[in-house]
Write a protein that binds this ligand. Structure first.
Ligand SMILES: [Zn+2]
Length: 236
């Protein structure tokens, strides 16, 4: 288990004994049904409402001509330095697993409320194993676990793997970067996924290149349908 996560878990367990848990965003005491963030703060975050037009929204449009996706969802809009970025940062770099799962549950609720729950499997965008060891967890997997609780759909973390360890893409040219992303993912056992509707999960979508690479790999499987869902979508 990752050291920071472990420290976090111990601190929160001890803390709960003496102080009732508070919202990480505004510091007010949480009600029993609230986890890590209060309803008030959740309501104040900038919703995308993509679930109301899952075939025709910023992500679907961004992906046109790049890869084939069915539905596309994102819970919030994301801007540098704003609250949504801080929440995702809390999950990814400070190991707040409970928050990641809760954001996953919130995302799943908006999808289910929209009447769509025709997915066979939830697949989190995989991290390279080295990176997963370094971080201690895969944030997309944490989100997927929260979603699975609400959607009652299994999470599959074994059939898609990440090949290459891309430490930094910033110094590479556009073509090189594209090549790099294109060869990142591999489907290990396509027969397990044939004919299924997959919901692919990531924490945030910015340029869409990671999702594109993964969707294109998944699309090589017979009769597969792929939809995507993220916690946040960068404002263009
Ligand atoms: Zn709050």
């Amino acid at each position: 288990m990752h050291f920071i996560k472990r420290v976090n878990d111990v601190v929160s367990a001890v803390g709960d004994l003496f102080f009732p848990p508070v919202c990480i965003s505004c510091g007010t005491h949480l009600f029993k049904n609230e986890i890590e963030i209060c309803q008030m703060c959740i309501r104040r975050l900038p919703r995308t409402h993509f679930e109301k037009r899952p075939h025709d929204n910023q992500i679907s449009i961004m992906m046109w001509g790049r890869c084939r996706i069915n539905q596309a969802y994102a819970l919030f809009f994301y801007k540098k330095g704003e609250r949504v970025q801080r929440l995702l940062h809390e999950v990814k770099y400070r190991g707040n697993i409970k928050l990641g799962e809760e954001l996953g549950r919130q995302l799943a609720k908006t999808i289910v409320r929209n009447g769509d729950n025709s997915y066979d499997e939830i697949i989190p965008i995989p991290l390279h194993p080295k990176k997963k060891i370094k971080r201690g967890f895969n944030q997309a997997e944490v989100i997927a676990n929260g979603m699975a609780e609400i959607m009652k759909v299994p999470v599959n973390v074994s059939d898609v793997v990440r090949n290459t360890y891309t430490s930094s893409q910033t110094r590479k040219g556009r073509f090189e970067r594209w090549q790099n992303v294109e060869s990142i993912f591999r489907v290990k056992s396509p027969e397990n996924l044939a004919g299924k509707h997959i919901l692919l999960i990531d924490d945030v979508v910015t340029t869409g290149s990671t999702l594109e690479a993964c969707v294109n790999q998944l699309s090589t499987i017979d009769n597969v349908k792929v939809s995507v869902a993220t916690i946040a979508c960068a404002v263009l």
